[in-house]
Design a protein around this ligand. Structure first.
Ligand code: ME8
Length: 494
């Protein structure tokens, strides 16, 4: 039997600064899906990586007196290490400086050229020499560079153009026929609206080497390098063997999900599908664009410096608490405001008081009331007179796996699990096992503990994609014959 495959990608991140919580968010969300589908038996390929060419990177390197390659060799591993620290289970890590990627970009150029989708043209604009930036007439301030105020020159240069515009109607039609192509709906509407109200122009996809040489050479004109987005997007196919592994490519392409934030939706929902269509390749199944993490009301970004460092968060609170907060606090798709207050509220509430407490008190009760023997395997009976619809349903019907993860409703998914955990904590107070024990009702004590252990095992399974090591720790404590009392999972923070 052929296994279902699931190919998911994150953006490849620019290496001109260290990764922050925004990058961590996308990558962790993708990781939750990758883990979820692996658990479901899919053949999963989870790709992330770094975007290393272009002027921004070249400049960042120059400032440090390094060659661009020396610079990117220094920063790219920081992303790789961060993903390990965050327990991210990526199957591959692509760098746009990898030989396999350079070969794929050049093959893509050749295909488009052969299909007459590329032409030579002239590019004109107001150029600020010190800033190495092109500006449109309308962007100039008093006829000068809007960035630095210096004089600008009108420059015309030869470049290659990709015939984006001729595919506009096709793309709009495609979007109308495939309303799930972009998620969430708000972003879908935005893309459709943009295409309905604007005329696409052809895309200038090369830069003369006299201006920029840190890029992938155009295979049929070595005096030009590839425009960064025309280079970067292709990573999604270069990583799965576009040039050198047909079997792998045929297995995994098209991607199931390209995950990102809303800032780069246009490149992914307009440029990329048109590039693929023009090259005769299948389109990804879905473009998923979540919101932004903000500080106050301002988007976190490396250029503003208002960022939260994921490493600091992990050192202070642990990996799983960080992963939990990101996936729980904000409905996926919307923007989120980061504050230490809201983080610590969730930490002390959901993690320390609810989950941590249930694990710890259950382990202690097993040790105290039943000589450490974990009650399991026997049919559970719902105790009469106890009012807890959520838990009663769980006992009577067994735990139901939720499909909210596959619908990308991570926060609702977690809320459901926490409803059950909350009900189980309340159940302890309702049942008062210490009284049952005093009254010698040992069967009832065992039945009670059996119910709580079943809740914990079910919850551990359910949270595994989001909190993999916490799930493991719970399973370790409760899966054998005898309880292994562990350290508190989430000691309160003050
Ligand atoms: O755009 N909130 O790279 P990039 C949420 N190299 N997510 C955020 C975020 C925030 N405040 N800030 C960044 C690039 N992100 C290109 C991509 S892909 C072929 C090329 C995340 O380093 C989010 O996923 O600027 C966003 O889309 C991405 O980082 C942008 O990363």
């Amino acid at each position: 039997m052929m296994k279902n495959k699931f190919y998911i990608t994150t953006p490849i991140y620019y290496v001109n600064a260290n990764p922050h919580i925004g990058h961590a968010y996308t990558t962790i969300a993708a990781d939750c899906l990758a883990r979820f589908y692996r658990e479901q038996g899919h053949d999963v390929y989870f790709l992330t990586g770094t975007d290393e060419h272009g002027q921004k990177i070249q400049k960042a390197a120059e400032q440090l007196n390094l060659s661009p390659k020396e610079f990117t060799d220094c920063i790219s591993p920081k992303f790789k290490e961060l993903w390990q620290t965050l327990n991210v289970s990526n199957d591959d890590f692509i760098r746009t400086t990898d030989a396999r990627h350079i070969a794929a970009v050049q093959k893509f150029w050749e295909i488009l050229k052969a299909k007459d989708e590329i032409y030579e043209g002239e590019y004109g604009g107001w150029y600020c020499v010190p800033d190495e930036m092109f500006w449109m007439e309308s962007q100039l301030v008093d006829g000068k560079c809007p960035d630095c105020g210096r004089a600008v020159d009108f420059i015309k240069e030869k470049n290659y153009f990709f015939k984006l515009s001729k595919h506009q109607d096709w793309l709009l039609q495609y979007l109308k026929e495939n309303p799930d192509f972009v998620f969430p709906q708000t972003r879908y509407n935005e893309v459709v609206g943009f295409l309905e109200n604007n005329k696409l122009t052809d895309l200038c996809v090369s830069r003369p080497k006299s201006r920029l040489n840190w890029g992938i050479e155009v295979p049929f004109d070595r005096e030009h390098v590839t425009y960064v987005w025309f280079d970067a997007l292709i990573n999604y196919i270069s990583a799965i063997g576009f040039v050198d592994d047909k079997a792998k490519f045929d297995t995994f392409w098209p991607a199931d999900i390209h995950m990102m934030a809303k800032d780069i939706i246009r490149q992914h929902a307009i440029y990329w599908p048109i590039m693929l269509k023009a090259a005769g390749l299948a389109l990804p199944k879905q473009i998923v664009a979540h919101g932004w993490w903000k500080m106050g009301e301002i988007k976190m970004s490396k250029s503003l410096g208002n960022v939260v460092d994921p490493i600091e968060m992990v050192e202070k609170y642990g990996v799983d608490a960080f992963r939990y907060f990101l996936m729980r606090d904000v409905p996926f798709g919307g923007d989120g405001n980061f504050s230490t207050d809201s983080f610590e509220k969730r930490f002390n509430g959901d993690l320390a008081n609810d989950l941590g407490n249930l694990v710890h008190r259950t382990a202690n009760m097993i040790s105290k009331y039943v000589d450490g023997k974990i009650p399991q395997g026997t049919a559970l009976i719902w105790p009469e007179g106890i009012d807890s619809p959520i838990l009663e349903k769980f006992v009577v019907q067994g735990g139901q796996a939720s499909d909210l993860i596959s619908k990308l409703a991570f926060n609702l998914y977690l809320a459901e699990v926490w409803d059950l955990i909350g009900a189980a904590n309340k159940f302890v107070e309702q049942i008062k096992p210490w009284n049952l024990k005093k009254e010698g009702k040992q069967d009832e004590v065992i039945n009670f503990l059996g119910i709580v252990v079943a809740v914990l095992k079910f919850s551990a399974q359910a949270i595994a994609p989001i909190m993999p090591s916490t799930a493991e720790k719970i399973k370790e404590q409760f899966s054998g014959d005898v309880i292994k009392i562990g350290e508190p999972l989430f000691p309160r923070v003050e």
